[in-house]
Design a protein. Sequence first.
Length: 222
Amino acid sequence: MARQLEEQVVGRFPVGRRLRVLDVGMGRGTQTLRLARAGHQVTGVEQDATMIAAARETFAGEPEGIRERMRVIEGHAGDTGVHFLPGSFDVVLCHGVLMDVEEPDALLAGMARMLAPGGLLSLLVRNGDAPAMRSGLSGDWAGALAGFCTTAYGLKRLTSTLAGIGAPLHTWYGVRVFTDTVADDACPPADLDTLLAVEDRAGRTDPYRGVAALLHLCGVRG
């Protein structure tokens, strides 16, 4: 996903431009830190105090020049309008948050308003078109049957929603096509680079990306 995001940023903005980035639901700040290291000014919004503490501990170990490019705000993902003016950011990230929000359409609209014209909206969501895959591949047939009845966001619905909020879908990728059933505590394989190359290729190739566990969608503010 980091590769995909970098590809979109590099392809959309002039090389060397310091971007204003908003990371909504930043968690432990992985993307916030990566983008700050790349030279961008990044603001993270997170409501979980434990996550904020972990992020700040990580940030504290960075050089001053990187630390000063990062700002953390404790707040709910849907409160961006309280903290920022419309059009305040070049890039808005919302990775792994929408699936836990009761009114995702409202959250999406609020984030789109934060984007300057031509700005990039990066979303990571569960793939509502393939929820039965993980259960089926692991032999959980009852779980697979239940997965066919999900109301989670699929590509078609997300495409329509993004068009409606003024940030039409520009491109999309699949994430975790082959590796979603791997145990969280599994050791990385010796040929990790090859695995990542396969996932990267599958995530941008039909029909594989359509059954990925997650979708990475990139919309552009008109």
